[in-house]
Design a protein around this ligand. Structure first.
Ligand code: ADP
Ligand code: MG
Length: 273
């Protein structure tokens, strides 16, 4: 896999099946994520993106092959944080309370919880909502809280599963910029799942393109676009258009099966379709 710094995350020949082997979710998947790198996993619904995130954070284990984070089998802990499509906040706790709870679970003492939740809420522009409850916030604001909660533990790896998919276009655009700025300041590694090609090209340094049934790597693509990308919009560059066209081309070769699964996923956004 070349030279350079040793990988933070390393997957080797990973295979995973569900339903007693009836569903081959992943087959012979190998890739690395380097420290501080922003990698997107892209592909039609059912190609195993969420399964890959669950393998990386140690929620499930591979049937074949190996998954390592910092050289060992991943286990839930402060090195890994996850952000989902909806923030999944505790409705009976304030915004501050939600972040403090995540920190308490990881053994941080009370003053530290307060200090960190204050700093993070300021960083995501929610200082004035510290004592609000989740239902008083818009979807975009709730996602900001989810991001703040994930970053509060200062993870080395941030795993994001279609974090902006449920937001309106304008909010999505704003949060993408904020995420990039946050990433450039903190430089944790990000593994970002999306089925939005433009979003993947816009945000990431590398794209792992997957194809479904069984979930396999189609291609790993380097995204050589100028940084920082929230300042000059790379979507106006010919290189962006070329990359986007290439990825769409690859996806066309995947045929109808992927698109049908996509319809199902839209009908059951939270289900394992
Ligand atoms: N817990 C599960 N039980 C049964 N099948 C599952 C489970 N999790 C995922 N799958 C199946 O594995 C495949 C990959 O799923 P998933 O990782 O959710 O794909 P993606 O996130 O790319 O849409 C799909 O066919 C899905 O139905
Ligand atoms: Mg998924």
């Amino acid at each position: 896999m070349g030279t350079g710094p040793s990988p933070l995350i390393s997957l080797r020949h990973v295979g995973k099946s569900f339903a007693n082997g009836a569903v081959r979710a992943l087959d012979d998947v190998s890739f690395d994520v380097r420290p501080g790198e922003f990698v997107s996993l892209v592909g039609p619904s059912g190609c195993g993106k969420t399964t890959l995130l669950r393998l990386i954070n140690g929620l499930i284990e591979p049937d074949e092959g190996s998954v390592e984070v910092m050289g060992v089998r991943p286990r839930p802990g402060p090195d890994l944080a996850m952000v989902f499509q909806s923030a999944r906040l505790l409705p009976w706790r304030t915004i501050t309370g939600n972040i403090e709870f995540a920190l308490a679970l990881r053994g941080h003492p009370k003053p530290e919880q307060l200090r960190r939740s204050k700093a993070l809420l300021a960083a995501v522009g929610l200082r004035d909502f510290a004592e609000a409850f989740p239902h008083q916030l818009s979807g975009g604001m709730q996602q900001r809280v989810g991001l703040a909660r994930a970053l509060a533990v200062e993870p080395k790896v941030l795993l994001m599963d279609e974090p902006f998919a449920a937001l309106d276009a304008m909010t999505r655009e704003v949060l993408r910029g904020e995420l990039l700025q946050m990433w450039s300041r903190r430089r944790m590694a990000i593994v970002f799942v999306t089925h939005d090609i433009d979003e993947a090209v816009l945000l990431s340094q590398r794209i792992v393109l997957l194809r479904p049934r069984p979930g396999r790597i189609d291609e790993i693509v380097d995204v050589d676009l100028p940084e920082p990308r929230w300042e000059a919009d790379p979507r106006l560059l010919p290189a962006f258009a070329a990359l986007r066209a290439h990825l769409w081309d690859r996806i066309q070769t995947m045929g109808r099966s992927g698109l049908e699964l996509d319809e199902l996923a839209r009908a059951f956004p939270d289900g394992d379709v």
